[in-house]
Design a protein around this ligand. Structure first.
Ligand code: F6P
Length: 324
């Protein structure tokens, strides 16, 4: 192995830079050249790259976003796109690629490595935490802390005005952010895609809250929630049925993807980045490196893509008890 490529793809996540740094520094430690591709697969297709050295990744461990930029490449979904990418990698002398991203990124990598003789190693980076084969993805912890901080602030104003707030959080089809930030911020109700508890239950719960003397409430709604209404319709439905509530909606949006990574995400990204390089040196390919029980864990990319990382439903029960 002479040269390793690295890229970030899909939704960016805080800690991706720490992972890039770890890959570049581990390469330098093991005397291998390292090249970063811009905008994920799109940069591989266009041959848009930069040499990464131990020195030019300085001071990025603390930065949000990704210095390599990110994209969801449509062209890479075509055979021609993947061919161009392979030809560029060969020309550049890249023996293996480290892919930092989520589901979509790994699916692309899996197809690519079946078609061409190129080693790929996945590093899970997404705020959604929806990857099988790891308890935590890079960026998830930072996003959780961002969301908890935001809900704490919303709680202040909700309580001053005796209002009911619906706070929509990210997570595409996964409720990890909603559930954990919801419990962490003491939300009265948490709606997640994995569990449709129904509208009646929500109304009953809010009525109970009122009767128990609560003057304000927070309902955390995951963007992928399957209750059949978007967050605005939901707020309208609730106030139509419970007219004594004054409701407001707050969609947290992309601020959840920004900001300095927490120490947890920096350490996780550092461990996964180094291990990804070492896996290549060990001759491994088509695998993803994750973490479970504080130990590094290697899973085939295929399993990572096809498996389902399930949420901890125990937290729903905890949330129920604590919102009494
Ligand atoms: O996968 C990360 C994520 O932030 C999801 O939570 C969200 O649904 C999606 O990306 C938003 O994507 P975009 O930035 O393309 O709007």
């Amino acid at each position: 192995i002479k040269k390793i490529g690295v890229m970030t793809s899909g939704g960016d996540a805080p800690g991706m830079n720490a992972a890039i740094r770890a890959v570049a520094r581990a390469c330098s430690y093991y005397n291998i050249k390292c090249v970063g591709y811009y905008r994920g697969y799109q940069g591989m297709i266009e041959g848009d790259s930069v040499e990464l050295t131990a020195r030019n990744v300085k001071n990025i461990i603390s930065k949000g976003g990704t210095i390599l930029k990110s994209a969801r490449s449509i062209e890479f979904k075509t055979k021609e796109g993947r061919k161009k990418a392979y030809e560029n990698l060969k020309e550049e002398g890249v023996d293996a690629m480290i892919l930092i991203g989520g589901d979509g990124t790994f699916t692309g990598g899996m197809i690519f490595s079946k078609e061409y003789d190129i080693s790929v190693i996945g590093v899970p980076g997404t705020i959604d935490n929806d990857i099988f084969g790891t308890k935590f993805t890079i960026g998830y912890d930072t996003a959780l802390n961002t969301v908890v901080e935001a809900i704490d602030k919303i709680r202040d104003t909700a309580s001053s005005h005796n209002r009911l707030f619906f706070v929509e959080v990210m997570g595409r089809d996964a409720g990890f952010i909603a559930l954990n930030a919801g419990v962490g911020a003491g939300a009265e109700e948490i709606l997640i895609p994995e569990e449709d508890l129904g509208l009646d239950r929500l109304l009953e719960s809010l009525q109970r809250s009122r009767r128990s003397g609560k003057s304000s409430s927070i309902v955390v709604v995951s963007e992928g929630d399957k209750i059949g209404k978007n967050v605005f319709e939901l707020a309208e439905y609730v106030t139509e049925n419970l007219p004594d509530y004054e409701a407001r909606v707050s969609v947290l949006g992309h601020m959840q993807r920004g900001g300095k990574p927490t120490c947890f995400d920096r350490v996780l990204a550092s461990r996964l980045g180094v291990k990804a390089v070492e896996l290549i040196l060990d001759g491994q390919t088509n695998v993803m490196v994750g973490v479970a029980d504080n130990k590094l864990l290697v899973t085939s990319i295929e399993k990572a893509v096809k498996g389902k990382h399930t949420i901890n439903k125990e937290l729903l029960r905890i949330s129920d008890i604590l919102s009494v």
